[in-house]
Design a protein around this ligand. Structure first.
Ligand code: FAD
Ligand code: DLZ
Ligand code: SF4
Length: 529
């Protein structure tokens, strides 16, 4: 389905429509390299379907629309003809398919050129365009990724188990990042063991980026405020970069201020400190305002210049050339179908507090509250607080997936679904990771300062005041013993459960049951009695 760019500027032909999607905002995009700016038309469309197929966070919609409008202006200034359809255009049909149909007629085009979309849903829709509109569809490889879909498939073929660590080593060799000849810098591939420090409230914390908002962003904020008032999340303060220059500023600040401590405090969580030493660049990488390899080379330069330790540089580079590329490979290997996985048969509705933040559990209140305010939570909050709770409580993974896809500014299905369904919910039965990321209150207490101000007692396992994570943790293992007991990494945990004795086990099950019975699913306000 995909082919490589091969421009032929002298060819006389009808104009091609070059569809550039909201997460393809890169001047070096393969579809733009293929096109001829003297003859072809770049089409960019703001469509309701993309904002509502899940009800995205207001900040996420504003970020994408503002970045799209800025990118269109840049393309025009570089000599491209850009046909830009705004959300409030009265003739806007509201979908990619509808807008391709209108644009093909408007420009009398017989060809649509497009870099492969990030989501299977969009690829599936696009494949019907040749039949519906009598055009050819030229889908090009998205070479902003380091590993192509075909290359990942070849790597995965014939392996009994897929593991990120081995894939990551391939990517280190392929890019040469942090390599000394054929050997990993410092003699080890992975320095994660050094990256487990809890944060202390008196550490110096980098301040969040605050761009100057221009008229384009202000217009978009007004539009989103009016059209998406009933979507989750606060629209302001709006802190996202919307151009490559602004995104580069965010990266530079991170390299200088936060990267040196990124490794040490990667897993830490603190009240009132949503960002800590994280980069907060995933939205920019995912829509194309930053290039992954350029980012990693800049991080390596900081290490080589002696300004950041190896554990920080390696840990950061691993997230991008390891995890980010790996989850994309898994997504395209397993779609369609991956978004419906539910190996543990979890069926409980998502609790309403995921949308309101109203819960007595201080850790969940903090993670969900900052998600509502900033459309951001860092990895450990997503994995070990909101994700861990959902898995332990047996929440239907499809509902968990929809929540993560809606609430984060960086969420696109290719990266969100494997992280949510595979890494955090173990709903793919261990395809992505070797064991469930399950933890009791003790883990959260160790890595955060949440428990001190919580109404629950993290030291208690059962009873009304006990931290709910504790009984839920054991109850989850007990409920899923048939599937998980044989996992060698869980053997010692099951041995502890057995040693507890039947009375303690019964009390734990009962405590979990009583807590689960208090959970209420979300209902649209109009459906509430
Ligand atoms: P940093 O911690 O500073 O890390 C640097 C970069 O590494 C990130 O910007 C990101 O591009 C990359 N990265 C780190 N971890 C991962 C990972 N597990 N998978 C892919 N890339 C990674 N990331 C998304 O980009 N979009 C999502 O929709 C998304 N959904 C997630 C859902 C769950 C349940 C979990 C557990 C993780 C999810 N992640 C997602 C991964 C990770 O949480 C975010 O990439 C990270 O929090 C972004 O913040 P940052 O830029 O400050 O990252
Ligand atoms: C997420 C999003 C939103 C909210 N709106 C638009 C839009 O109006 N136009 C557009 O081209 N893209 C948008 N996007 C990003 C798309 O959902 C994304 O490009 C597809 O899911 C393909 O990965
Ligand atoms: Fe979360 Fe339990 Fe700690 Fe409360 S006591 S913050 S519920 S881990």
């Amino acid at each position: 389905m995909t082919s490589q760019p091969d421009a032929d500027p002298n060819r006389k032909r009808k104009p091609a429509i070059v569809l550039v999607l909201g997460d393809q905002l890169s001047l070096g995009l393969s579809s733009l390299r293929r096109a001829d700016r003297a003859q072809d038309v770049v089409l960019m469309v703001e469509v309701m379907e993309e904002a509502t197929y899940v009800r995205h966070h207001k900040k996420k919609i504003a970020f994408i629309l503002s970045a799209m409008r800025h990118f269109a202006k840049t393309l025009q200034s570089e000599g491209w003809t850009v046909d830009y359809v705004r959300l409030d255009d009265p003739l806007n049909t509201g979908s990619f398919t509808g807008e391709i149909g209108r644009a093909v007629a408007r420009h009398r085009a017989d060809q649509v050129v497009m870099t492969e979309p990030g989501e299977w849903r969009v690829l599936d829709a696009a494949q019907a365009w040749p039949t519906s509109f009598g055009v050819t569809l030229d889908l090009l490889t998205d070479d902003r990724f380091i590993c192509s879909v075909a290359e990942f498939r070849a790597w995965a073929k014939g392996r009994k188990q897929l593991r990120m660590e081995y894939f990551y080593r391939e990517m280190r060799r392929k890019t040469g990042l942090l390599m000394t000849g054929d050997e990993p810098e410092g003699g080890q591939w992975n320095y994660d063991a050094d990256n487990r420090k809890p944060a202390k409230a008196d550490l110096f914390m980098p301040r969040p980026y605050q761009p100057d908002l221009d008229d384009t962003t202000r217009d978009v904020l007004e539009l989103v405020g009016e059209r998406f008032a009933n979507h989750f999340g606060r629209l302001e303060p709006f802190r996202f970069a919307v151009t490559p220059e602004e995104a580069a500023e965010v990266l530079t600040r991170f390299l200088k201020v936060a990267l040196p401590r990124f490794g040490d405090y990667q897993d830490a969580m603190l009240q009132g400190e949503p960002w800590l030493y994280h980069a907060v660049i995933s939205p920019y990488l995912n829509v194309g305002l930053l290039d992954p390899l350029t980012v990693c080379r800049a991080v390596e330069d900081e290490y080589r210049a002696g300004r950041v330790p190896l554990n920080a540089a390696e840990g950061f580079i691993r997230q991008i050339i390891g995890w980010r590329e790996y989850v994309r490979g898994i997504y395209w290997l397993k779609m369609p179908g991956y978004t419906q996985v539910n190996e543990l048969g979890a069926a409980r509705p998502l609790p309403a507090f995921y949308w309101t933040g109203e819960t007595d559990m201080a850790c969940l209140r903090a993670a969900i509250g900052q998600t509502r305010d900033e459309a951001y939570a860092h990895h450990i909050q997503r994995l070990m607080v909101t994700g861990n709770f959902a898995m332990l409580a047996g929440i239907n993974p499809a509902e968990v997936h929809e929540w993560y896809l809606a609430v984060y500014a960086d969420a696109f299905e290719w990266v969100e679904a494997p992280n949510t369904l595979g890494m955090s919910q173990f709903a793919d039965g261990g395809l992505l990771g070797s064991k469930p990321y399950a933890g009791g209150g003790n883990y959260i207490n160790k890595m955060s300062d949440y428990c001190g101000s919580c109404r629950y007692d993290v030291k208690q396992r059962t009873g009304r005041d006990a931290c709910p994570f504790n009984a839920l943790y054991w109850d989850f293992l007990d409920r899923n013993a048939d599937r998980l007991r044989r996992n060698p990494r869980l053997g010692p945990v099951y041995a502890t459960w057995e040693k507890m004795g039947e009375v303690a086990r019964q009390e734990t099950r009962q405590s979990a049951r009583m807590f689960l019975d208090t959970l209420v699913g979300w209902q649209e306000p109009e459906k509430r009695s």
